[in-house]
Structure formats: C-alpha cells, structure tokens
Design a protein around this ligand. Structure first.
Ligand code: HMH
Length: 219
C-alpha cells in the first residue's frame, strides 16, 4: 500500500467521471467568461431547491456520527458544515433577488428530483456512517473543485459571478472538504468489504448525479 487514503484511490480509479463532474462544460463556461446567463439562473434556482434537501441529509449524517463514531471531532466538522448552510440559504435568497429568480414559483427539474430522492435514500438508518460520510464528502468536494477553478489567476470569470465561485471555491471550504475526506478515510479504513464496495458505488452515484445536475442547469 502507498500512503494514500481510500478516497484518493477512488478519485484516481474513477478519474474520468470525477473530471466530468468537476470540469463540466457549464463550470468551464463560467471560467472562460462565456457563460449563458439563463443557464446560470436555472442552476441558481435549482441549487436552492437542492440545498434545502441537503440540510436534512447533513442532519442524518450527524445522527449517524453520534451513534457510530466516538470521534468527537467529527461532530465539530459536521456542525460547522450545517451552520454554514444557514448562511447559504440566506445567500441564495439574496442572489435570487439580484438575478430576478423567483424562488417561490420554482419547479424542481427531473435531475434535481432524482438527486434529492437519492439523498433521501442515503438518509435511511440502515445506511452505514462510512457510506453517508463518503457521499457527504463527494457532494461538497465536487463543488469545491469545480468553483475553485473559476478563481484561478488564468480564469476569466465575469465579476458578477465571482461571489458565487468564492462561496464554494474559497480556501476555508477547501479545508472543510479535506476534513470531510479525513473522516471518510478513517471510517473506510476499518470498514468491511461490503461497506467498502457500497461506499465506492455511492461515490460513483454522487458523481453521476452531479454531472446530471450540471447538464440540467446548462439545458
Ligand atoms: C448539486 N451539489 C449540488 N449543489 C450543492 N450546493 C453542492 C453539491 C454543495 O453543497
């Protein structure tokens, strides 16, 4: 074995899909300044719906963490994630106003419905903590890596989208993703082969849902 954790091994093994999720044409169009604003607005509204569903999912991971992990530090990391979601919901509301997106009349599109339903399935008590935390990490990491690229010095991200990219692309959010990855790696190290293969499948499913979500946004 090299010193790599399981998560990094899976990222390499499924590199093609990981890149599809993190370098999607929609994100690249923000990065190169050619973004279609109607697609951006569609993404904004749909992501607000998604994040509202993501909150109960994060709560379910906290419950699993209490039951199945004696690491007190897990709680600290997870709780910091939940508390920033509070701020995130307010942020979506302000952005929606600025972009003239009407949140109250939004209809979730199919890829969003599918993703939210998948999140619900991961909230079941039977789902292992290792599996749920792997999903949690993957969901956050895809956004972090995607938006961080839009902030690189060579990026031509339009000024009015910088704040959005900073929301997930900032260094603090990057550290948070590393903390989630460490928790996932620690759990997976002690997991049975059954749980391990379920967690790997979950990682792949999250990537697929993320790709579908970007596809839906770009229309
Ligand atoms: C679809 N994936 C999607 N939306 C988000 N806001 C995140 C991940 C990160 O929280």
């Amino acid at each position: 074995m090299d010193g790599k954790g399981t998560v990094a091994t899976w990222k390499d093994k499924h590199r093609r899909m990981y890149d599809q999720a993190t370098r999607h044409p929609f994100i690249m169009s923000i990065r190169d300044g050619a973004v279609d604003y109607s697609a951006f607005k569609r993404w904004l509204g749909q992501d607000y719906i998604f994040v509202r569903q993501f909150i109960p999912f994060t709560a379910s991971v906290i419950i699993k963490s209490c039951k199945h992990s004696d690491e007190e530090s897990d709680m600290q990391v997870l709780l910091s994630g939940i508390s920033s979601l509070n701020d995130e919901i307010s942020w979506f509301k302000t952005q929606a106003q600025n972009w003239d997106v009407h949140l109250h009349s939004l209809v979730p599109l199919q890829a969003n419905l599918n993703y939210c339903k998948y999140l619900e399935s991961l909230m079941e008590p039977e789902v292992d903590y290792s599996v749920a935390i792997t999903a949690f990490w993957a969901i956050e990491a895809v956004y972090q890596e995607s938006f961080a690229q839009c902030l690189e010095s060579s990026a031509k991200t339009p000024n009015e989208l910088i704040e959005t990219c900073q929301r997930w692309g900032n260094a603090g959010f990057g550290d948070y993703c590393v903390s989630l990855q460490r928790i996932a790696d620690r759990c997976l190290k002690n997991a049975s082969s059954d749980v391990l293969s379920k967690a790997e499948e979950t990682f792949i499913s999250v990537l697929q849902h993320e790709v579908n979500f970007w596809n839906m946004s770009s229309g």
